[in-house]
Design a protein around this ligand. Structure first.
Ligand SMILES: *[C@@H]1O[C@H](CO)[C@@H](O)[C@H](O)[C@H]1NC(C)=O
Ligand SMILES: *[C@@H]1O[C@H](CO)[C@@H](O)[C@H](O)[C@H]1NC(C)=O
Ligand SMILES: *[C@@H]1O[C@H](CO)[C@@H](O)[C@H](O)[C@H]1NC(C)=O
Ligand SMILES: *[C@@H]1O[C@H](CO)[C@@H](O)[C@H](O)[C@H]1NC(C)=O
Ligand SMILES: *[C@@H]1O[C@H](CO)[C@@H](O)[C@H](O)[C@H]1NC(C)=O
Ligand SMILES: *[C@@H]1O[C@H](CO)[C@@H](O)[C@H](O)[C@H]1NC(C)=O
Ligand SMILES: *[C@@H]1O[C@H](CO)[C@@H](O)[C@H](O)[C@H]1NC(C)=O
Ligand SMILES: *[C@@H]1O[C@H](CO)[C@@H](O)[C@H](O)[C@H]1NC(C)=O
Ligand SMILES: *[C@@H]1O[C@H](CO)[C@@H](O)[C@H](O)[C@H]1NC(C)=O
Ligand SMILES: *[C@@H]1O[C@H](CO)[C@@H](O)[C@H](O)[C@H]1NC(C)=O
Ligand SMILES: *[C@@H]1O[C@H](CO)[C@@H](O)[C@H](O)[C@H]1NC(C)=O
Ligand SMILES: *[C@@H]1O[C@H](CO)[C@@H](O)[C@H](O)[C@H]1NC(C)=O
Length: 402
């Protein structure tokens, strides 16, 4: 240690301030201002001077209230006020009582924070929808790049968020952070965010890109037909599930488009009177991811209900008789009802004490309890309906005495 350094150290200790290696850090923001307090115990007012070291530059001299440079001025007597801070203002500052000869060590380190500015975040390769949303397809590789201007070097973080959950991909102290995600899965649809934090000012900027992950339907396409319960009306349902976005579905019959849809299920209700010929409805599906197109079709075979029964039954007075009726060939499955031809219109037979109706599979059984000639003899009608057609069959019941 040379004599000068020894003196500096002595002065530094005497003045009770910190020496250069343990200088007080004063943070400032680019464009802002900083106040550096003087560590001298000596008198007030204009009796201190301010200087920078390496190289030594006097920024505020003893004699002046201010300085020739309006950037520097005196505050509260001995403090130094610096306006319009720039990165170049970073460095070590010291103050000295004017009557002293030698400079004490610089006791303040001024650090300037700048930014983060101009944050840019990119995900590539992606496609962009007309509304600006990015999308990619399952299995692709994505490169992320986040950059910004910041001093000191920022903490740069790339993360994925969906709903409540988030996953941190990478975080480093760098102005440009790159990250790669391979074999993207459908559950990586969500928000991708780059967050940049200036370690000095703690100023934070972020940039979020919502990303959709397209994928074809996961399951086979399916079709079904249902009787709506309204006579002569049936519904066709087509579904192709598990894709994103939903596929385009279309029901058609004999080259004629019945309905179009852009949901994963398409339902159309038809009136059988519109189809005198045997209809063969077909559903066509298409799922498109840019130029990757997946198509599928399915169709339903509609079937009229056909009925089978005995034309004639007899019942002994006072006993029970069971009439039966079978339906076959119906698609959608038919609903069977029993009617009595006693007036016009025919009257539907309802289960109760007198009549018992049981359906087992495609067979329906009507039991007439305690036959009487006056009340029960006559025509019974078995009626089946499935929306595609309605069929009826007549059964004559004879009631005899023993
Ligand atoms: C410092 O100066 C101010 C005004 O310039 C004065 O009010 C104050 O009493 C002085 N302090 C000392 C310790 O002299
Ligand atoms: C000036 O000094 C007074 C009293 O010490 C203090 O309250 C005030 O905050 C100081 N002003 C600045 C800008 O440092
Ligand atoms: C940041 O962006 C602004 C405009 O938004 C531009 O004027 C400036 O030059 C950019 N800064 C850098 C360092 O690229
Ligand atoms: C853009 O369109 C897609 C698909 O239609 C939709 O999921 C997304 O929410 C839309 N985004 C905005 C910002 O409107
Ligand atoms: C993504 O990054 C990898 C390696 O970092 C590179 O080989 C590949 O070409 C990049 N892909 C695109 C589309 O930029
Ligand atoms: C993405 O962020 C936006 C805006 O904060 C939010 O409305 C949306 O729900 C987020 N999306 C997901 C999938 O978390
Ligand atoms: C988010 O988390 C809270 C508490 O952990 C929970 O109550 C809420 O249901 C969650 N919301 C979603 C959309 O997961
Ligand atoms: C980034 O810098 C901060 C302080 O600025 C430090 O605490 C942290 O450990 C650094 N992180 C890495 C990954 O180097
Ligand atoms: C990060 O990615 C950007 C854009 O893809 C590229 O220009 C840059 O060279 C990459 N940097 C590094 C360090 O890989
Ligand atoms: C159509 O019938 C099937 C079984 O027959 C049933 O699973 C489906 O829910 C029905 N669909 C509608 C729309 O009623
Ligand atoms: C269904 O979509 C096709 C192709 O997108 C179009 O040509 C047709 O006009 C549409 N039909 C109906 C009934 O919407
Ligand atoms: C007729 O059916 C009723 C109700 O099930 C039953 O109580 C009765 O015993 C039956 N009569 C004969 C003769 O089987």
């Amino acid at each position: 240690m040379g004599p000068l350094a020894e003196l500096l150290l002595l002065l530094c200790v005497l003045y009770g301030g910190s020496c250069e290696d343990s200088a007080i850090i004063v943070p400032g923001e680019e464009g802002g201002q900083a106040v550096l307090p003087c560590n001298t115990m000596a008198v007030n007012a204009t009796s201190v001077t301010w200087f920078m070291v390496n190289p030594r530059v006097e920024v505020l001299s003893c004699d002046k209230e201010g300085s020739s440079n309006p950037k520097y001025s005196r505050l509260n007597g001995s403090s130094l006020l610096i306006l319009d801070l720039r990165l170049q203002d970073e460095g070590f500052y010291g103050c000295k009582v004017c009557s002293e000869m030698a400079d004490p060590p610089a006791h303040i380190q001024l650090k300037i924070a700048s930014g983060p500015h101009n944050i840019t975040f990119q995900i590539s390769p992606t496609n962009i929808l007309p509304n600006g949303t990015h999308y990619t397809s399952r299995g692709s590789q994505l490169n992320f790049s986040c950059s910004s201007y910041s001093s000191p070097e920022p903490t740069n973080t790339i993360a994925f968020h969906v709903g409540n959950q988030s996953e941190l991909f990478d975080s480093q102290n760098t102005s440009m952070l790159n990250f790669s995600l391979t074999n993207v899965a459908p559950n990586y649809q969500g928000n991708y965010t780059c967050t940049v934090v200036n370690p000095l000012s703690k100023k934070t900027r972020d940039y979020t890109i919502p990303l959709l992950v397209y994928h074809p339907p996961a399951y086979a396409m399916g079709c079904s037909v249902n009787y709506t319960g309204v006579p002569s009306q049936f519904s066709l349902t087509c579904y192709w599930l598990g894709g994103y976005p939903a596929p385009q579905l279309q029901w058609e019959n004999d080259g004629k488009i019945l309905s179009n849809g852009t949901l994963d299920t398409l339902l159309v209700t038809l009136n059988s009177s519109e189809y005198t010929d045997k209809p063969k409805p077909t559903c066509k599906g298409q799922h498109t991811i840019t130029n990757e197109i997946k198509v599928d079709t399915c169709n339903v075979h509609l079937g009229y209900p056909n009925l089978q029964s005995h034309a004639l039954r007899t019942c002994i007075k006072g006993e029970n008789v069971t009439l039966s009726c079978s339906v076959f060939g119906a698609n959608p499955p038919a609903v069977i009802t029993w009617l009595r031809n006693v007036s016009n219109p025919n009257v539907e037979v309802r289960s109760g004490a007198k009549y018992q109706i049981v359906q087992i599979g495609n067979d329906s059984f009507l039991t007439i309890v305690n036959c009487s000639k006056e009340e029960d003899e006559g025509n019974y009608i078995c009626k089946s309906e499935n929306g595609v057609a309605t069929k009826e069959i007549y059964i004559w019941l004879d009631v005899t005495s023993k």
